[in-house]
Design a protein around this ligand. Structure first.
Ligand SMILES: Nc1ncnc2c1ncn2[C@@H]1O[C@H](COP(=O)(O)OP(=O)(O)OP(=O)(O)O)[C@@H](O)[C@H]1O
Ligand SMILES: [Mg+2]
Length: 290
């Protein structure tokens, strides 16, 4: 159990607004571009001088490390089992960004020991104090652990494409998140849009559905174009915003990130929202482990 002094200190940090923003990148349907978006979003944030860490929560296959062409010898699991320190699972990415590979097999919170839970909470607290942005690339497929993690993260970016199945799956995911926490900040992004207009139309339709059926306002991040440089960059294992900075998608993303950072948070959230990340995680784990 954490002592009162530590609790008080976290509360003070939160009220001063110095804790990093936790952001999960999710989708309903797999393969819509989460890992590419997370990596390149992070690079653009770093270019603006922000301190960013990306956590690759893909179960099974680490994605982000492949995209940036580096191998992660240790992952979060090694840290949780006490085999290595947090620093040792944090790897350098381009532009000063850091990344952590989530590791496979963390499917159920119920199987976690008290020591592992405490280690996870310590790690995420540390990250929130060190970084401006903590991005979670959530990987395909919802497990008990990933859904719990998503519900504790403060802001969620939901990615869809123009495909009907991706749209309905994005809606289901947003509904799930909204039912668990109606105050969650949800952003919506359309990837692989064939035109700006078509992307916007997809976003508007989903936005209206959320309003009509769930009375929930989402924030439209905009759309990213279908661009052949993405596939090329993946093959070359260099993120597209580094390999092809003048491409359509790189320029569009750069603008999007600038707008994202410039947004007034109080305006976005409708109220002066405090980070609830660690306290939510703690309550989820205390339910899971007792
Ligand atoms: N804007 C785009 N234009 C063209 N191709 C794209 C675009 N975004 C993604 N892709 C293609 O889709 C593939 C899958 O992207 P990515 O791995 O980022 O998806 P994901 O949502 O992370 O997948 P998973 O659900 O398996 O984790 C990429 O390798 C690339 O070929
Ligand atoms: Mg992925």
């Amino acid at each position: 159990m954490r002592d009162q002094a530590e609790n008080l200190r976290m509360k003070m940090l939160e009220s001063q607004g110095v804790l990093g923003r936790s952001i999960a990148i999710v989708s309903g349907k797999g393969g819509v571009g989460k890992s590419n978006f997370s990596t390149n979003f992070a690079i653009n944030l770093s270019r603006l001088g922000k301190k960013v860490v990306v956590l690759d929560m893909d179960i099974g296959m680490g994605n982000v490390n492949i995209l940036i062409g580096k191998n992660a010898q240790y992952n979060l699991k090694h840290y949780l089992f006490g085999e290595v320190s947090l620093d040792e699972v944090m790897y350098d990415g381009p532009h000063n960004l850091k990344y952590i590979s989530g590791g496979s097999g963390m499917s159920s919170v119920m199987e976690w020991s008290k020591d592992m839970i405490q280690a996870l909470l310590n790690a995420f607290e540390q990250l929130q104090k060190t970084f401006d942005y903590i991005l979670f690339d959530m990987g395909a497929g919802a497990t008990n652990w990933s859904l719990n993690l998503i519900s504790s993260i403060d802001e969620i970016i939901v990615i869809t494409t123009e495909e009907p199945t991706a749209i309905t799956d994005a809606y289901s995911m947003m509904k799930y998140i909204h039912v668990k926490d109606p105050n969650k900040t949800i952003y919506l992004l359309c990837n692989r849009a064939y035109s700006k207009e078509e992307g916007q139309e997809t976003l508007k339709r989903l936005e209206n559905t959320m309003k009509q059926f769930l009375k929930k306002d989402v924030i439209l991040l905009g759309s990213l174009p279908e661009d052949q440089v993405v596939r090329k960059a993946v093959r070359e294992q260099v993120p597209f915003s580094i390999a092809y900075p003048d491409s359509n998608i790189s320029r569009t993303l750069q603008l999007m990130v600038q707008q994202f950072v410039d947004r007034n948070l109080v305006e976005v959230h409708g109220y002066n929202k405090k980070s609830a990340f660690i306290s939510k995680l703690r309550s989820i784990f205390s339910k899971g482990s007792d």
